[in-house]
Design a protein. Structure first.
Length: 274
């Protein structure tokens, strides 16, 4: 049996419900966050909660639980489910709006599922991606709106690609579910600084990297991206994955680069300390 938490209680997963009048269903209005557990310990929980509460605030969603109440609910769910290696998703919906349009007090939903990390073989293979001109609404908010990312899945499958990287006016931004970094031929690590969701894995890489090479957040053009010595993506579910091809252009020698490997190793060590 797997458990889910809704608002103020735990429910068997198949019995957890919210009403169909919720703005999340009526208008696709809501926010969420997602973090991993390792050996039954949440990784970087406080930083994920900071982002979750900020997203709700930016979307004018009133949360039915405070921070400590939410942490207690997460701990209770973990104890009931006992899934040592997992992903936990916290969703705040727009709530039962009386006019079907204005956000009110939202519903809190906490779900847990087993989660495995990408294999060593996947890391060595790297990922091949395409670019697409698009920018999410309210990029700094982790919204439940993934319309474009989901819509592009058919095209990705047809082209046998792994993911899509958004750009706007020739400037790279983010993937639907992750951030992007490049290593320049001059030996600098760069990541977009504007119109992106500030990923927690991204944050940790920015903290770790200065011990290895100069690091910065800045605009990155499509040309700079495709001319990079190395490129990789960062996310909660995938940690760090090398990008070996972009729009058919091979990056570096088409294999995971030295800096990507170093940062991956440092990030895994950081996880082990939590």
């Amino acid at each position: 049996m797997k458990w889910t938490f809704v608002n103020d209680d735990f429910f068997e997963e198949e019995k957890a419900v919210v009403r169909t009048s919720d703005l999340a269903l009526q208008r696709g209005y809501g926010v969420f966050d997602f973090f991993r557990t390792k050996n039954n310990k949440p990784l970087f929980l406080e930083e994920y909660l900071d982002r979750f509460f900020n997203s709700a605030r930016e979307m004018f969603i009133i949360l039915p639980l405070g921070r400590e109440q939410l942490k207690n609910a997460i701990a209770g769910l973990m104890e009931r489910n006992n899934i040592p290696e997992s992903g936990i998703r916290i969703t705040a919906t727009g709530g039962y709006s009386p006019d079907g349009y204005s956000p009110v007090q939202g519903n809190i939903i906490i779900q847990q599922q087993p989660l495995a990390q990408p294999s060593k073989e996947k890391f060595e293979m790297g990922i091949k991606i395409m670019t697409y001109e698009y920018m999410r609404d309210l990029p700094a908010v982790k919204s439940i709106n993934y319309v474009m990312g989901v819509w592009l899945q058919k095209q990705l499958k047809e082209k046998r690609l792994d993911d899509v990287l958004y750009f706007r006016n020739d400037i790279v931004t983010e993937f639907p579910r992750s951030n992007v970094f490049i290593v320049t031929h001059q030996g600098r690590l760069l990541t977009p600084g504007k119109n992106v969701l500030a990923g927690i894995t991204r944050k940790k890489v920015l903290e770790l990297a200065p011990d290895i090479l100069p690091t910065g957040t800045t605009d990155i053009s499509l040309a700079e991206l495709k001319n990079a010595a190395e490129a990789f993506t960062t996310s909660t579910t995938k940690r760090i994955l090398p990008i070996v091809e972009i729009d058919g252009v091979e990056i570096g020698d088409g294999k995971p680069g030295k800096i990507t490997r170093l940062l991956y190793g440092q990030f895994v060590k950081l996880e082990d300390k939590v």
